[in-house]
Ligand binder design. Structure first.
Ligand SMILES: Nc1nc2c(ncn2[C@@H]2O[C@H](COP(=O)(O)OP(=O)(O)OP(=O)(O)O)[C@@H](O)[C@H]2O)c(=O)[nH]1
Ligand SMILES: [Mg+2]
Length: 493
């Protein structure tokens, strides 16, 4: 996601690292590079101008110039401004109490409306809300069929009318039926056009007027940059949108549409589409997205992806096990099997903080490849060859047992040792993730990355519940040291 923007921003910040003392002039050089990165990402000029104004004012402030790590300060200023630019967002869908909520999807041809209807339906199912989909695209002969196939695969009913020419009537009838049958949500899949034309807008306005949807979401192809933003403005004028859904951010989208659309139209981004399959819709979260753009990671997004894999009960069980460091190889097997879903591991890797671009590419390859899936299968095979006792307590696995497990699963004995080692360090990290506050979790993340990048590295064993966390006293001392140095620096400067 936004690989080129990430790389160019990173090199902008890099110009400031290692500078002995920061002056207004070298900060301005760094800022120019930030501006260039945004231009290259096809962000709208007016957005860049406003964005750079506020970043510059803050970055040239005395506090930054005097700080010990100006480059980190600039990252943090840009981070905060990105969040301001993208947010705030409320990505809940307000359901009407005891009545049917109607959502209308609209957008240009091929932007991803139909696919997104399916993804949204899946998300709602996960929330235990059963929606009805409505085939209101009568423009393209195959459109109804496309939605019906999607609905079938999700187990969601699709409303359609054979031979009907009038999309307004289809929507009206569908909403009447859904209301009568007590559906909580109806999603209207409307037709797209190659470009905005009067006929399309009139059709959408007619649906809007006669059906009065409670939400109108515009689906925008995130790969299209500035054009997308211009069309969004036109849709907003005609329909008064309440949210944008940006799709195809998994590809080589440059980021222009994402960074411009809220600022230019004033309409918030509600969801983002990150793939072709039905799971690939995420509630939009400005903090997480700003973090991902800067390579700082998206902890919230990561946690959410993990949560989507399990139901509440499983989650609670896992949390308790993690907290107590009681996870067994059996649990480990169940979890890696779930993570082995195509594309999921890859997506999660992309949300991890602080991975350098080259390493990210390598990880993307591994996690997206058939090899990655095969490796997981082998691990599952080894665990399957263990006795219940061995799964509960891998410490009992001596060399005889190791040989038996290896024979049973067709793996090498060294692979069995490797698996146990990996499980041990993971258990420690999980314990940190479950028990600690945000700093602990970030530290655990960092460990996990090191482990991924260098699987042979020895992981620190986790002791007690807090891992290697500093005591409040130690932290206080560090803080005082920092302040003293800063004061000293000010005096010298
Ligand atoms: N990679 C990727 N592909 C997507 C995403 N969303 C949609 N697509 C693909 O984009 C293509 C068009 O999607 P549709 O959902 O048919 O688009 P539409 O807006 O309904 O198109 P029309 O009905 O013709 O106007 C399909 O091949 C989808 O699989 C996404 O988030 N990522
Ligand atoms: Mg469609």
């Amino acid at each position: 996601m936004f690989d080129s923007l990430q790389t160019s921003l990173r090199s902008a910040f890099k110009t400031l690292t290692g500078k002995g003392r920061l002056t207004e002039s070298n900060m301005r050089d760094g800022l120019k590079l930030v501006e260039k990165s945004l231009l290259e990402a096809d962000v709208s000029i007016s957005v860049i101008r406003d964005f750079m104004d506020s970043v510059t004012t803050k970055a040239l402030g005395e506090k930054v110039l005097l700080s010990l790590k100006p480059h980190e300060q600039l990252v943090s200023i840009v981070h905060q401004e990105l969040i301001n630019l993208l947010g705030p967002v409320d990505n809940s869908i307000k359901l009407r109490e005891g009545a049917t909520t109607v959502i209308m999807m609209c957008g240009l041809q091929g932007s991803g409306k139909t696919t997104t209807c399916g993804k949204l339906a899946k998300l709602l199912l996960h929330e235990k809300v059963r929606p009805m989909l409505v085939a209101a695209d009568l423009q393209r002969p195959a459109a109804i069929q496309q939605l019906r196939v999607l609905g079938d695969s999700l187990g969601v009913p699709v409303y359609w009318e054979e031979g009907q020419q009038d999309p307004v009537k289809v929507c009206r009838d569908a909403v009447a039926k859904a209301t009568a049958e007590g559906y909580k949500i109806v999603i209207l899949d409307t037709a797209g056009r190659l470009a905005i034309d009067q006929e399309l807008m009139q059709q959408l306005r007619d649906i809007d007027k006669q059906v009065q949807p409670h939400h109108v979401f515009l689906v925008v192809d995130g790969m299209t940059g500035q054009d997308a933003v211009n069309s969004a403005a036109a849709f907003h004028e005609a329909l008064e949108l309440d949210g944008v859904i940006l799709t195809k951010l998994d590809g080589d989208a440059r980021g222009g549409a994402l960074l411009s659309v809220k600022h230019v139209t004033g309409v918030p981004i509600k969801f983002i589409g990150t793939g072709e399959n039905m799971d690939a819709l995420e509630p939009f979260n400005p903090d997480g997205m700003a973090g991902r753009i800067l390579g700082l990671g998206d902890i919230v997004g990561l946690a959410r992806e993990a949560q989507m894999l399990m139901d509440q009960e499983e989650q609670e069980k896992l949390r308790r096990q993690m907290e107590k460091g009681q996870m067994t190889l059996e649990d480990f097997r169940n979890h890696i099997q779930k993570i082995a879903k195509p594309g999921l591991l890859q997506k999660m890797v992309m949300m991890l903080p602080g991975i350098p671009a080259e390493a990210r590419d390598a990880l993307k390859q591994i996690t997206g490849s058939a090899e990655g899936a095969k490796a997981i299968k082998r691990q599952v095979g080894m665990i399957d060859s263990m006795t219940p006792e061995e799964r509960r307590n891998p410490k009992v696995i001596d060399s005889t047992r190791r040989q038996r497990i290896a024979r049973g699963s067709g793996a090498g004995t060294n692979e069995v040792s490797e698996l146990i080692k990996q499980f041990d360090s993971m258990k420690g990290m999980m314990q940190m993730m479950a028990g600690g506050d945000i700093t602990d979790r970030q530290a655990a993340m960092q460990k996990m990355q090191e482990q991924m990048l260098n699987p042979n590295a020895q992981m620190p064993k986790n002791k007690g519940t807090t891992g290697k966390r500093l005591t409040p006293k130690e932290r206080e001392k560090l803080r005082k040291d920092r302040e003293r140095k800063l004061k000293q620096k000010r005096k010298e400067g």
